[in-house]
Design a protein around this ligand. Structure first.
Ligand code: 4IA
Length: 406
């Protein structure tokens, strides 16, 4: 209502840096303040606007015509700044260029195409849980489960050669830092950019990939003419960039949630079919991908504030996922709620194309763990892993009580 009456009202401003270590460590207080300040907040530090409320974040994600991705999904504006790597054909593209890569990857990662993996991954999860429990009941759930499981199953599914996978997490960490400002986190990885980029690019070549994985399917799309041969390696690169750290942090979010909410673990044990909704609720609650950016294609008015053409907008996904105007008791991890509609996987034409893969990994691991473990509890303070985009853990010490019946 006031929107139309005062289209040029100056929005509230904030000098906070959402990428400062203390906010990355504990983003909720800043998110609350930004949501309460208004529907659009000007971040003076970066001279950009930020959206922290569910309604505006959701609307901006759907409005790809007004908020483009082609100028980069990070703070860097590709209209003025050279991207650190050739832009992603998916994340950093708009229709119509975005359409063909998206269509190809959507089919390759669609539920029917994953059916065969489901059987394999359930067995792999049982195997991993057995191995971890056989070594003891106190362990780092982040390294032993949340990292170990995706690293065991996902590179195989893509078709990477065995061994030689130690670069995947460092590459992802670097790529997700690069969406933020050039702060100390980016500087810390600077000496590895060339080496890690060369390594990932080498994995995307047809000859480097097995003939039975997602990678081979992507190259077959080029044979059919659905992609050009120049596009295929970049689409493979998207899998390797977006497919590892995200699931690691999604799984560690779920494990952290269960370790700190024993009654929810009991619920999962009683009804293992809740594993999927539990994973989505963990993604809502922790939002492993906390933020990304869009660029205004024209002067766009959002809730009365003009976002000038060509300027960046920060979308605070983690904040939207805990907006009390959208979620009842948003800070509670609760298997009883319906978390659908969360923006942890984004929304609209760019919504996570790998979400079925992520859910399948989570379902396999959580189901295997729920079968064997009666209780899971913290065995020490968790350690944050700081990243400009990802919210996750570096260490998650837990103690488990195996079910004597299994
Ligand atoms: C890509 C935002 C995030 C999950 C993401 C990161 C990289 C890519 C896509 C999505 O390289 O295509």
């Amino acid at each position: 209502m006031t929107d139309t009456l005062t289209p040029s009202a100056a929005p509230p401003t904030s000098d906070a840096d959402p990428f400062a270590a203390r906010h990355l460590r504990d983003p909720e207080p800043l998110h609350r303040a930004l949501r309460e300040a208004g529907p659009v907040v000007r971040l003076t530090r970066y001279d950009i606007h930020a959206l922290a409320r569910y309604q505006e974040v959701h609307a901006a994600l759907l409005d790809w015509q007004s908020f483009e991705s082609g100028a980069g999904a990070g703070l860097a504006n590709f209209r003025h700044e050279e991207p650190w790597r050739p832009p992603s054909l998916l994340l950093e593209a708009d229709p119509p260029a975005h359409d063909a890569p998206r269509r190809v990857l959507r089919e390759i990662l669609a539920p029917p195409a994953l059916r065969r993996l489901s059987t394999l991954w359930r067995a792999a999860a049982e195997d991993l849980v057995d191995a971890v429990l056989s070594r003891g009941t106190r362990f780092d759930a982040c390294a032993e489960l949340a990292e170990a499981f995706p690293l065991r199953v996902f590179p195989d599914a893509v078709g990477l050669p065995p061994g030689n996978r130690d670069n995947l997490l460092p590459y992802g960490n670097m790529a997700f830092n690069a969406f933020g400002p050039r702060n100390a986190l980016v500087a810390a990885d600077a000496h590895r950019v060339a080496e890690l980029s060369a390594w990932v690019n080498a994995q995307c070549a047809r000859e480097a990939l097995g003939d039975d994985g997602f990678g081979a399917r992507i190259w077959e799309a080029a044979d059919r003419g659905d992609l050009t041969p120049a596009q295929s390696p970049l689409v493979v690169r998207s899998l390797l960039t977006a497919g590892v750290d995200t699931t690691v942090h999604g799984l560690s979010a779920a494990l952290f949630a269960f370790a700190t909410h024993p009654e929810q673990w009991q619920r999962l044990r009683e009804r293992p079919e809740l594993a999927r909704v539990a994973f989505d609720e963990a993604v809502r609650w922790q939002s492993p991908v906390q933020t990304f950016f869009r660029t205004a294609t024209t002067d766009v008015t959002v809730a009365g504030t003009v976002i000038e053409e060509g300027t960046k907008v920060l979308l605070l996904l983690g904040s939207a996922n805990r907006d009390p105007a959208r979620w009842q008791d948003p800070d509670r991890f609760d298997l009883g709620r319906d978390p659908s509609g969360h923006v942890g996987f984004g929304m609209g034409i760019h919504q996570c194309v790998g979400q079925h893969v992520a859910r399948l990994e989570a379902e396999a691991l959580l189901t295997a763990l729920a079968r064997r473990v009666e209780h899971i509890e913290p065995a020490g303070p968790p350690e944050r892993h700081l990243n400009n985009t990802l919210r996750g853990w570096g260490a998650l010490p837990v103690r488990v009580h195996p079910d004597p019946a299994t």
